[in-house]
Write a protein that binds this ligand. Structure first.
Ligand code: CMC
Length: 434
């Protein structure tokens, strides 16, 4: 399943009049890397790469991205093909186990997810303790970490327990997410149902009530399932790197998953989908076409950015955004469904894509630009958007955690720094300090 790195001609580095030979390698898709693992020992130098934009932190066989060409593949399968033909549970199996499941494997996997969907009854009390109006990402991160107290992990993790923990997390993240929403609106919790498949089950827990069944709309179920597929993995992004970093200390996997959720929350990562809708609502309320917002985003004296635009890796287009835009078109063309924010988003995209500021910096719509509109059409409240991203991303985080755990060896993540603070000084008693 893992293709070995191909050695290339070594690189020569000259430092302080000395030459050093550094091994270089190419991956299966031709990405090249210089191996600097012995650099500090041999030369006394470290590399300086803020944001790790030039640093390969691991070898991984899960997801391939070519940001220049707009390519995203899970385990070799193009995201466009998976979005069109597959379903989220199948994609979760693909990420976690390396292959699309056979019928028998699929049945086994989805049955296990179904059987793991209920959270310990005592956990329900916790939901009552959060203040009304708490952000559901805060609740999700807390509750996922607290799973470790209800489902303790043995010191020696055997493969059967590992598979069960993974199933717990993939399944229970959805139950916790729906419960946190129900609590926030003061409605009784709706339990997961064995009769419903993964995404239907989630929507049912979100929107059904003891006095009212939830009418599942096939197009909405499909759109949310596709949203989960498109968010399921994205190689070494901020939250996945956080998962690998936390996991490298051998912390328990519930805490590790919670670290991923916390990192995802930020507006420059998963939190952007919520910010996009807030931005579109602001433009709508102001009655403009978005030009003023774009000018503000271009102004270096303003912290504002055009949310849903730009990506660390995609410098052409984000393939996930293309799929979602089409899905948005489909959903919002349905009889009875319309959203003025979609027209604003389309206009904003047109204006930005003709503006030299965005063209020269290769800033294109990313996955979050259109995802919020789909979630709105499904009736998902804005503060739940990033929570849905977390549900989708869970199999990816866990696939990376497992890959690390079963790799050559787990090396604790511990970057270096260049110290720029005070040099040695001596303690003064408090009355002598100016
Ligand atoms: N609006 C205005 N200017 C931007 C934007 C934007 N959305 N994104 C980047 N820039 C500018 C930035 O100011 C900088 O300009 P200059 O070179 O003049 O200083 C240049 O483009 C490069 O920006 P950067 O921050 O160095 O780029 P990055 O690769 O570190 O950041 C990003 C990537 C996603 C954090 C950034 O593009 C951004 O903040 N976008 C808005 C937030 C957003 O939509 N995030 C969701 C990302 S996709 C979902 C996910 O995978 O998490």
């Amino acid at each position: 399943m893992t293709e070995p790195l191909q050695p290339l001609s070594p690189a020569t580095l000259t430092l302080d009049d000395k030459s050093y030979t550094l091994p270089t390698y190419a991956g299966i898709e031709g990405e090249k890397a210089i191996d600097i693992s012995k650099l500090r020992t041999q030369t006394g130098y470290i590399t300086l790469d803020e944001g790790y934009g030039n640093t390969g932190a691991c070898e991984s066989a899960i997801t391939y991205i070519d940001g220049e060409k707009g390519i995203l593949r899970y385990r070799g399968y193009a995201i466009e093909e998976l979005a069109e033909k597959s379903r989220f549970v199948e994609v979760a199996h693909l990420l976690l186990h390396g292959e699309l499941p056979t019928t028998e494997q699929f049945l086994k996997f989805s049955t296990r997810l179904n059987e793991s969907s209920i959270i310990h009854e005592d956990m329900h009390h916790f939901f009552n303790g959060f203040p009304r109006g708490s952000h559901p990402m805060g609740i999700l991160a807390t509750m996922v970490a607290s799973l470790s107290t209800f489902y303790p992990i043995p010191d020696e993790l055997d493969s059967a327990t590992e598979i069960q923990i993974v199933a717990n997390l993939v399944s229970q993240v959805r139950t916790i997410a729906a419960f946190s929403y129900k609590k926030s609106i003061g409605e009784p919790l709706i339990y997961p149902s064995y009769k419903l498949k993964y995404t239907r089950n989630f929507l049912n827990m979100m929107f059904a009530s003891p006095v009212r069944d939830y009418e599942l709309d096939e197009d909405i179920v499909r759109a949310i399932d596709m949203f989960f597929i498109l968010h399921a993995d994205h190689e070494q992004n901020c939250s996945t790197s956080s998962v690998r970093t936390a996991g490298s200390s051998m912390a328990n996997v519930y805490a590790v998953a919670s670290a991923g959720i916390c990192a995802l929350w930020g507006p420059r990562h998963g939190g952007a989908n919520q910010q996009v809708i807030q931005m579109l609502e602001e433009i709508h309320a102001g009655g403009g076409d978005g030009t003023a917002f774009i000018n503000q985003a271009k102004d270096k004296n303003s912290p504002s950015r055009l949310m849903g635009f730009g990506h660390r890796v995609y410098k052409n287009f984000d393939p996930r955004a293309m799929v979602l835009k089409k899905q948005c078109d489909k959903l919002l063309n349905k009889a009875g469904v319309s959203d003025p924010l979609f027209d604003i988003a389309r206009r904003l995209e047109e204006i930005a894509l003709q503006d030299d500021y965005f063209i020269s910096r290769k800033l294109y719509p990313n996955v979050d630009f259109y995802s919020g509109l789909i979630l709105r059409a499904a009736g998902i409240p804005t503060n739940m958007f990033t929570v849905l991203f977390a549900i989708g991303r869970m199999p990816g985080w866990l696939a990376h955690w497992r890959e690390m755990l079963h790799g050559k060896q787990v090396t604790i993540t511990r970057p270096r720094q260049i110290y720029v603070g005070k040099t040695l000084r001596h303690y003064q008693d408090i009355d002598q300090r100016s």
